[in-house]
Design a binder for this molecule. Sequence first.
Ligand SMILES: [Zn+2]
Length: 465
Amino acid sequence: MIRAATLAELKQSGYKPRSTREEMRANLAERLRRGERLFDGIIGYDDSVFPEVENAVLSGHHMVFLGERGQAKTRIIRRLIDLLDPVVPVVRGCEVNDDPFRPVCSVCRRRMREQGDELEIDWLERGRRYGEKLATPDVTIADLIGEIDPVKIAEGRYMSDEEAIHFGIVPRTNRGIFAINELPDLTEKVQVGLFNVMEERDLQIKGFKVRLPLDIVVVATANPEDYTSRGRIVTPLKDRFDAQIRTHYPRTIADEIAIMEQEAHVGDRGGRALRVPVFIKEILARITMEARNAPEVSQSSGASVRITINNYETLVASAEKRALRCDESEIVPRISDLPAIAASTIGKLEFDYGMEQFGETAVFDRLVGRAVKATFDAHTQAIAFDPIVEYMGQGWGVVVSDTMPSAEYLAGIASIPGLREALDAMGPYESPGLMASATEFLLEGLHLHERLNREREGGRFTYRL
Ligand SMILES: [Zn+2]
């Protein structure tokens, strides 16, 4: 396709200008008509968040996403870029991406008058029609809206001249999507500036007003508690967000695991096979889900899916070290690797005041214990453990550790009555690594049900009656 280089050529090509929201609306409508999904790769929102986003786009609404950390809010917003046309024509050299048919900035309006159909055109790709800013109290009107450029003033322009403005990120995102993350962290003054752009469609800089009808879809994110707190958002700005969409954490273990598997970087382990038993994945998912319900953890800041993802990576790394040191061909995470994930869990949680007395590590241990116990219960119904417990009652103990080679577990499995049968009932665990992992899971489950005692020194666990 030959792209028009002047306004005359653009008119000849039959190009019809449309606003950003018309463009997004039309492209979404076409996708829906073809039965395509809008947000591939974002799991768990098909019946909750996505239908609301679709309604907002079809309605041409500004949107605010309310959710705790790690709920894919920013990811969804960035995917909205896909609803823009691949390229659109803009006036060449314009700082605010003016539509050649209806320029809004004074420079382009003057050039239009002088050059007419000879006005030069560039083509802007959709990836460049997106602006994003993390709100902090340091963000100024100058950053977002613009400021008077002293150099331009020195060149002889008057203060009242729009051309003396150095535009901020919002006008520069004209004809696109502007995203502001953590909206409540903007100062009131900057919120008012943003409101003026959205509602009055003019820029106000240091008491000086420029009419500039920008064409922008504004999308914001906020923590729900911050957003609803009195005084954090100026009311007129809140009213300007036509659609308020609540995100959430995965509602099922299956979704939490699916996200974990999709996002974690656990791929190439130098030729060693990575085998992660399903109960290990469930334990990781449950630890994060337990944190989301735990009274010791601040629920207003939440527990991100990133905890699950990073824990998976850490657990696999811990198992990989054992495989390297013991020169085993397979990498299989175990219960005794779980202490390693404290490093990727604790820093991502906020502990509630008053609960800190227990210590973060103690809270972490409790979360892990609850997760292992719930997973054990889900996997071991109708399995007989009495022979194992009776055998231990004769004075035997079992020592396992995160550094012990898998082969050493096999001897123990052979000597403890009922253990092999119990493992077989839990699932086919055929390799030494899987058997070792399942053995630890079984022993820890019996401990959590207070059928066995456990002593722990670092990654070394001793079970006895
Ligand atoms: Zn312009």
